[in-house]
Design a protein around this ligand. Structure first.
Ligand code: C2O
Ligand code: CU
Ligand code: CU
Length: 451
């Protein structure tokens, strides 16, 4: 007999009640509960940083869900201000996308919200608020969302690295998260780097093992160039497997971007390193300590492709989207503050703090049509450009040879032109913005409407 508590209560009767009493408390109706709250964490020894965190920990708990299976997540807001949670990279229903003023009302302090969605794609994704983002992400509200393949793909180990820097005073308190000067340029770089929440990170890896390493850049600003001091292969980018894995040399990872590596660990004991390659210099991000292990033989892992609809290119509608630098301090807000706007998309700016004043969409798309966005970065800075609710196919760039691949974010170099395509198969209003959070907060943001 397998009754839930309500059925038991409805059926009544002493026999059934006895049966129920033997059962543990009824299962939670939620797969996960995320509580966002102020949490002191220790980043500089001997000091406390007044972080905001999910479930009292940084990074937030890694949520593991199964591809194609519905999930329900209760979010409790115990912050002193409104929040939301956005599930970055998931092709979900619009109502669960977590954008205040566009897909939901903000969750007020003390309030709760239930997110219900299904993840059609397996891979490495993440979650974060979508309101007052410079500060809420800056204070630590980020975590990984791992979607496991419907048919499990086995590795000897499945490890992850969450990269995030912090802007701290020596006493552990926060330095300003932004300045007009930085927001108008590359953004504010942190002065205290962490990997999985600590200044240094060592992971044990099994000798002779095949390891999946998921690396997520959850920093507001920084660009990493991921490398290693031993051979590895890139098997997925932004959660999406590559049709053909490529050797890892120097993989650029802008804000919000992820890469999955397949590492073949040597048999001999020793130490390996995952690196950030800046110019001619390599900085270790993580040490891998090879430990002796008795490993079961595994078939060579191969990630199945995610079910992204193929583009109908001959009939595609082309939409130019141009990113520009504005350099204007305008307009003045109602309370007399300067509203800094530095960046535009197609000559229009929309800022994080004005989510409540909905502008017209950047483009209106018809459900089912194929669209190619012709992106042009007419600025002197790089921008990781991200679209919600979709996985686009990168088709062409004027600066690199492209083997078409799927992603939710494309890192545009200065002056780069690139073409990316989608089949408009997910109805709703979907954010389109730069993931350098200060750029998004000062204009580099808009949305597309699919009906
Ligand atoms: Cu991580 Cu609007 O996105
Ligand atoms: Cu997103
Ligand atoms: Cu940008």
């Amino acid at each position: 007999m397998n009754l839930n508590r309500r059925q038991c209560l409805q059926l009544g009767g002493s026999l059934l009640l006895t049966h129920c009493a033997l059962r543990p408390v009824s299962p939670s109706p939620y797969d996960y509960v995320l509580t966002a709250a102020p949490t002191g964490i220790s980043l500089i020894p001997g000091t406390t940083t007044p972080a905001w965190a999910y479930n009292g920990q940084f990074p937030g708990p890694t949520l593991r869900v199964r591809q194609n299976r519905p999930v329900r997540i209760l979010v409790e807001n115990r912050l002193p201000e409104p929040t939301t949670v956005h599930w970055h990279g998931i092709r979900l229903n619009n109502a669960a996308d977590g954008v205040p003023g566009l897909t939901q009302e903000p969750i007020p302090p003390g309030g709760d919200f239930v997110y219900e969605f299904t993840c059609p794609d397996a891979g490495t994704f993440w979650y974060h608020p979508h309101i007052n983002s410079v500060e809420q992400l800056g204070r630590g509200l980020v975590g990984l969302l791992i979607v496991e393949e419907e048919q499990p793909v086995q590795f000897h180990a499945d490890l992850s690295l969450v990269l995030k820097d912090w802007t701290l005073h020596p006493d552990g308190s926060f330095a300003p998260f932004t300045s007009h000067r930085a927001a108008a340029r590359v953004g504010t770089l942190g002065n205290h780097a962490t990997v999985n929440g600590s200044p240094t990170q060592t992971l044990a890896v099994p000798a002779g093992g095949r390891v999946r390493l998921r690396i997520a850049n959850l920093d507001n600003t920084r660009l990493f160039n991921i490398g290693a001091d031993f051979p590895g292969r890139v098997i997925a980018v932004e959660g999406n497997p590559l049709a053909e894995p490529v050797p890892l040399t120097r993989h650029p990872l802008g804000s919000g971007m992820r890469v999955d590596l397949e590492l073949q660990i040597p048999e001999q004991p020793g130490k390996l390193h995952i690196l950030d390659r800046k110019g001619r210099f390599d900085f270790p991000l993580c040490e891998l300590n090879i430990t002796h292990a008795k490993l079961p033989p595994l078939p060579a892992p191969r990630l199945p492709m995610n079910p992204i609809a193929p583009l109908d290119l001959p009939n595609a509608v082309r939409i130019p989207l141009v990113f520009e630098w504005e350099g204007a301090l305008s307009p003045t807000t109602a309370d007399g503050q300067v509203d800094p706007v530095f960046w535009t998309i197609n000559k229009r700016a929309w800022t994080d703090h004005s989510h409540m004043h909905l502008p017209e969409p950047l483009a209106k798309l018809k459900l089912g049509g194929t669209y190619v966005f012709e992106l042009y970065n007419a600025t002197q800075h790089h921008h990781p450009i991200h679209l919600h609710g979709y996985t686009f196919t990168v088709l062409w760039s004027d600066q690199r040879t492209i083997t078409p691949y799927h992603t939710d974010t494309i890192l545009l170099e200065k002056n780069e032109r690139a073409h990316v395509g989608i089949v408009a198969d997910n109805p709703g209003d979907w954010m389109f913005h730069c993931h350098v959070i200060e750029h998004m907060a000062t204009g580099l943001m808009g949305y597309i409407r699919v009906t």
